[in-house]
Design a protein around this ligand. Sequence first.
Ligand SMILES: Cc1cc2nc3c(=O)[nH]c(=O)nc-3n(C[C@H](O)[C@H](O)[C@H](O)COP(=O)(O)OP(=O)(O)OC[C@H]3O[C@@H](n4cnc5c(N)ncnc54)[C@H](O)[C@@H]3O)c2cc1C
Length: 239
Amino acid sequence: MALLSWQTGKLIDTAEHGPATRSFRFEVTGVNDFTFKPGQFITLDLPIHEKPNKRLRSYSIVSWPDGTNQFELLVVQTPGGAGTQFLFHDLQPGGEIKFRGAQGVFTIPEDLNGSIFLICTGTGVAPFRSMIQYIYKQGLQPENLHLIYGCRTRDELLYFEEFNQMASEIPGFHYHPVLSRENWDGLQGRVHAVYESLCAGKPESRFYLCGWKHMVDEARQRIRDLGFPDKSVHLELYG
Ligand SMILES: Cc1cc2nc3c(=O)[nH]c(=O)nc-3n(C[C@H](O)[C@H](O)[C@H](O)COP(=O)(O)OP(=O)(O)OC[C@H]3O[C@@H](n4cnc5c(N)ncnc54)[C@H](O)[C@@H]3O)c2cc1C
């Protein structure tokens, strides 16, 4: 399949996003336009192991399709992790990397009617940033779209100003940042209490969960316990 053939990405630049999190902007060589659906991921083949299946690391695309041949990833450094060690310390601007994709079915809902809850922690916000920027740029009108984003501290909240600005300009989009380990004048605690109170009395709600197992598993169970059918829940599990 053409979409899943290996291509080459050249690192253009990087940007720091708080402690241990960095974005990486790549240009796809040999094409004018790199198309993907907001929410999809790509898989990198990193030179970190002899065995091909131990070299692969997937990352959601944090940018949105804009008609260029570029895409951006948002990566948190895993202590002792071979893939992130390579990305953070060995890969330099101008360096090239093999990747395949974009792929995946965790994509922007085609129908933006009703209540939709996008729930994430940490870099799990990446596919949602792509979706919401796309909605913003295309002038789409969600009816009742909530981003519930949990982090430990204020400096870990990625794209804080950007999401606040989009929430003030996109009618129907609501941004709920939640901090678990720092006092501030916003929501405090974990993500779960936030969607549990917002979805009460809205039986047609749809849920999109993205991030690491502990949060995603707990959210899926809690949503089940609230009586929502499994088909109302979409997942992107990072590990
Ligand atoms: C579809 C998909 C999309 C992904 N998108 C992103 C993304 O946009 N941004 C991103 O940073 N990562 C993303 N990941 C995770 C990424 O693929 C790697 O697993 C991660 O970068 C760690 O790679 P590593 O080689 O450094 O560590 P490894 O040596 O492969 O990982 C060590 C262990 O730590 C676990 N782990 C790694 N990071 C965390 C964490 N923050 N919290 C809890 N456990 C963790 C892993 O599951 C693994 O068991 C995605 C994974 C998948 C499957």
